[in-house]
Design a binder for this molecule. Sequence first.
Ligand code: NI
Length: 172
Amino acid sequence: MFTCLNKIQPYFVCLSDGLLNPLYNYICSTYLSIMIYITRREHFNAAHKLHNPAWSEEKNNEVFGKCANPNWHGHNYNLFVTVKGPVNAETGYSANLKDISTIIRTHITEKLDHKNLNMDVDFLKGMMPSTENVAIAIWKQLTPHIDALGIKLHSVKLYETENNYVEYLGEE
Ligand code: NI
């Protein structure tokens, strides 16, 4: 804020406070394009197994351990979606988190929750449902819907357990 004010103050020293404030807000948020990052968490439960059909059972067990169990296992996934955009001078928002939540629920969690990630999900078909691959697939699903809000997807962070998560920031 202070840095921004220093940049624009010379141009508005002659304006009254009443006029200066809206102009200040407009220029800080729009012209100087201050970007802010906001995050929404959503949750889903799902089953999967990690299994490479080209490998022997021994090799699958050696590489994937318990995750290779042929009769599946489940995780309580936590998904953190971060978007970035300028702060709108009228609302003080960069995006309405209700809109972000609706997009995530409609396009991701309703399709994944209580499902088998190896078998039930159209956008994961033919894919090893590791946390890495699921996070990348979620990014691809969300991108057009976040773009439509006039903001950008910054990161998809997917927690498979309390201690293990992956984060995808898109292609560099
Ligand atoms: Ni697993």
